[in-house]
Write a protein that binds this ligand. Sequence first.
Ligand SMILES: Cc1cc2nc3c(=O)[nH]c(=O)nc-3n(C[C@H](O)[C@H](O)[C@H](O)COP(=O)(O)OP(=O)(O)OC[C@H]3O[C@@H](n4cnc5c(N)ncnc54)[C@H](O)[C@@H]3O)c2cc1C
Length: 424
Amino acid sequence: MGIGGRESYLEPAKELKVYGEFDVIVVGGGVAGWSAAVAAGRAGANALIIERFPFFGGTATASLMANIVGYRNQKPPDGIQTTKGIGEEIILELLKTGGAEKSRNAYESAKRSDKKGDLSYNFAFDTERFKHVALKMALDAGVKILFHTWFSDAIMDGGAVAGIVFENKSGRQAAYAKTVIDASGDGDVALRAGVPYWQTKADEAPRLNDCLMYKIAGFSPDTKAPGCLIGNTMVVWGPSPGAHNAADADELTREEIDARLAVYGDLEEKIRAHPDLAGACVVDTGALIGVRQTRFFEGVYALTGDDVLEGRAFEDSIAMAANPVIHYYGYRRFLEHEGYDIPYRCMVPKKVDGLLVAGRCMSSDQIAYESWRAMAHIFAIGEAAGIAAAICAEDGLAPRGIDVKKLQRRLIEAGAEIGQSRKK
Ligand SMILES: Cc1cc2nc3c(=O)[nH]c(=O)nc-3n(C[C@H](O)[C@H](O)[C@H](O)COP(=O)(O)OP(=O)(O)OC[C@H]3O[C@@H](n4cnc5c(N)ncnc54)[C@H](O)[C@@H]3O)c2cc1C
């Protein structure tokens, strides 16, 4: 009960200015949303992307998650580069400017190259350079960008999402779209649109914990301590405050407070464990604690752990993935095949039309998620969502009605890997 016994407030109805009407609106400019917007723009769609931060990347940049993994299986068989398309393009752009480096690890596939079509399993990258490259690619694709903007509600037309309501310095406004792509990570649009979802409880194992990443400098460049080393700075995995629900504002705040108070103690412990970090100081912390998982929304299909572990192919594949299933069978569970497919149906909500759900809140069980959550795969999922939404506009169809073969052709033409290189 609130102060003075008030329990609720009836917000008066208010007429909102319409900001615009678009073929595609993408909510959230993380790895999924950014790729979706670039792909939709390149496919000729009139696309708007809204993002609460003034840059793209989401977890990758705002939370300093400076290590893209998943370009191929980590151990033999690692014959296929499972993510191509936009996810490959951005790494190649970053490598050109010294903004990415092959990660320092002992895995077989890390010894591969930094060449197109033969990328290593993972790359460390400079989060500032990422912001720069991602912004240029979105502008080049003709995407309309609205930063400093919070999604607040879904506009419904019967059982379909018809647009969004958002807030920013200019006030509260509405925008309409033929298709909305929810790439908010937590599924804020899908939630407001009434798509059923599930959530692993905070104390239920296996669940991937959130973690505050931070950047250090001033240490020996030859350090063997784990982290994402680029030039003379390194991003390290910091305090992980444990059981919280990051989709709840109070709990998220509590989690941020606990993690931020623990940062300097965490660095002292790291220096004790790795004396070659002596002299290190904290130069940055993520603007947002790294949130690994919150809600998963029910799609026409939910990817399963068996699909991942058995390397299943799907008729409606829109991406391939090969990342290990972490935390489930011991710390890492490497795949025993080159990769598995991600079906288009995972992005299409079971009930609501006019909406695609891309990125870490897509339809999946916990085990499968621990694999496809890798950023390489999330780029590919986002790219597929963007092209699918562009096709919806071209053909006047809802996401569940499009010709998936056409989507697959368009993805392959755009340079994506959807399983076509897999040995049959
Ligand atoms: C601690 C940690 C370690 C990880 N380690 C690795 C690793 O080593 N390698 C790897 O490849 N992957 C790793 N991952 C996983 C990977 O980073 C994520 O799966 C991926 O970045 C998710 O991308 P996304 O675009 O789906 O979501 P997000 O990155 O969460 O993007 C969502 C975007 O939506 C915006 N947004 C949210 N709500 C709103 C709103 N209401 N209005 C406007 N904007 C909104 C956010 O600001 C954000 O930009 C890690 C993740 C974490 C948290």
